[in-house]
Design a protein around this ligand. Structure first.
Ligand code: MN
Length: 506
């Protein structure tokens, strides 16, 4: 139990850099504190994200799931031995995944819990994408796997739907996730099959199921890469509250435009605006400043002749945006940027076009989640679990853990303004309040805006000596929360740019 009273006196002001708390002023009322302290169980019930992996019809399973999830976020690993800390813990977690009550469906339900609340009233981007989880290295040990991308390696696929705030880019969590194994080759008549029978059905199905969990979002924009440029998507998904923003994959026939195709037509329009962007390095190009020319316009796309849905409308009206790099800024022989985006959003001026390009760039969040799940973070592909269905369950939890790690890392970099209650309990926030003054040092000022909320904030600028202090104080002051807090304070790496300097010194 914490014995020290809640922080009193003049609140700190401005964006003070401290652990994960960014304050205008943060102060938890006595009411809130005592509620949490009197009923720790209630606290866990209420905190649907950190301590919750699902309801499995059994209190013990629920508790184990929550603990496992927590350990995964803290340690950023999926190795059950390390998560369990000892033989008993390892066995306990192993049995959890082996239990039939713990199904992929229930886990998905569990890790998506609370997303509707967090999305309420917002315009959210629902970003979906597929990634393969490759177990070829463990192929001899693991049973029940299908093949992945190259057609011979063993593994399975994950396809999460990640929710991001469209205005500020905050990662709000998962709304759905599909997992599957490819056990057969493509049928001879694959092309003529209805989309429900094809693997590409995942794009529609995942979005539709995820959308059910986003009923209180004000607006939803589905964002996806070229693979999702499927006529049925455009035909079926949009409504007043639902928009699509997808990179164009194929040149398409247009209803008008004198027999011109989509790519031809947009490329022939006059440039409506140009701007400079900083491009980060990828494996295909070097980092450089690029001059981007933007064209946009409204088009009516014809239903493709091979479309197997007889009831699909004969054409769909969309807006197309083309962003092409000026030849003068292309580095050496690298390929120049050429993005063509299709959307149901109105695009009538340069600002709206740029907004769509910016939203599309936020698709980066899901790529980052995949990196965090795999080699740059939890290392899911190194798991020693020997049974495919258990590996799938592990993948659901790892995805959820990765999303939380990302939320914390983004917060640490000061890129988001999520409330601290997203990841910390009131008790932890209170501990952070206590140590806040020692961290703020001279930055502390008397004038205060007196807003009563705490936000997740940055860690980077904090000198290490002080962090050492936080750890000790956290450990002595906070009871059950200390390992969690210390874990976050000292181990939250797992993301490219965020993990520099600080983590290496640890
Ligand atoms: Mn993709």
């Amino acid at each position: 139990m914490l014995t020290t009273p809640p922080l009193r006196g003049t609140p700190p002001c401005k964006a003070t850099v401290c652990t994960h708390l960014w304050h205008d002023f943060c102060y938890i009322s006595d009411d809130e504190i005592s509620k949490d302290f009197a009923m720790p169980e209630m606290q866990q019930e209420r905190d649907g994200r950190r301590f919750f992996a699902g309801n499995f019809g059994d209190a013990r399973l629920k508790k184990t799931g929550a603990l496992l999830h927590e350990q995964m976020v803290i340690k950023q690993k999926v190795c059950l031995r390390q998560l369990g800390e000892n033989r008993a813990g390892e066995v306990r977690f192993g049995r959890f995944f082996a239990n039939d009550q713990v199904s992929v469906e229930k886990l998905v339900e569990g890790v998506c819990e609370g997303i509707n609340l967090r999305s309420a009233g917002r315009h959210v981007l629902a970003i979906e994408d597929t990634s393969e989880v490759n177990y070829q290295k463990h192929a001899k040990r693991v049973s029940g796997l299908g093949t992945v991308g190259n057609g011979s390696d063993l593994g399975f696929f994950i396809h999460p739907l990640l929710v991001v705030d469209a205005n500020v880019g905050d990662c709000l969590g998962l709304a759905h996730m599909k997992l599957w194994q490819r056990t057969q080759g493509k049928a001879a008549n694959y092309k003529s099959l209805p989309i429900e029978k094809k693997e590409s059905w995942r794009w529609i199905e995942t979005f539709q199921l995820g959308k059910k969990r986003l009923s209180s979002a004000q607006k939803i924009t589905l964002v996806a890469d070229r693979e999702a440029d499927i006529y049925e998507m455009w035909d079926r998904l949009p409504d007043e509250r639902t928009h699509l923003l997808i990179r164009a994959c194929r040149d398409r026939a247009l209803v008008t435009a004198d027999g011109r195709t989509l790519f031809d037509w947009i490329g022939a329009q006059t440039v409506q605006g140009s701007y400079w962007i900083d491009l980060p390095a990828t494996h295909e190009r070097s980092a450089h400043k690029a001059l981007i020319h933007v064209r946009f316009g409204a088009v009516s796309i014809k239903k493709p002749s091979h479309c197997s849905d007889r009831n699909a409308s004969a054409h769909v009206s969309l807006n197309v945006i083309e962003a092409v790099e000026d030849a003068s800024t292309v580095v050496g022989k690298e390929e120049r940027i050429c993005w063509r985006l299709l959307t149901t959003h109105a695009v009538t001026n340069l600002e709206e076009a740029r907004q769509c390009i910016e939203w599309y760039c936020m698709r980066w969040t899901i790529e980052q989640a995949f990196r965090t799940i795999k080699s740059q973070g939890l290392n899911l592909e190194s798991s020693l679990i020997e049974e495919a269905s258990r590996l799938e369950k592990l993948a659901v939890m790892a995805t959820s853990a990765a999303v939380q790690v990302m939320q914390l890392t983004l917060a640490r970099e000061g890129k988001t303004l999520r409330p601290a209650t997203d990841v910390f309990t009131a008790a932890e926030i209170e501990v952070l309040h206590h140590i806040q003054p020692t961290l703020e040092g001279k930055q502390r000022s008397k004038e205060s805006p007196c807003a009563r909320h705490a936000c997740l904030g940055r860690l980077d600028d904090c000198p290490l000596g002080r962090l050492e202090g936080i750890r000790q104080r956290t450990e002595t002051r906070s009871h059950h929360d200390a390992p969690w807090l210390a874990g976050i304070l000292f181990n939250s790496s797992g993301m490219g740019s965020g993990s520099r300097n600080f983590d290496r010194k640890q």
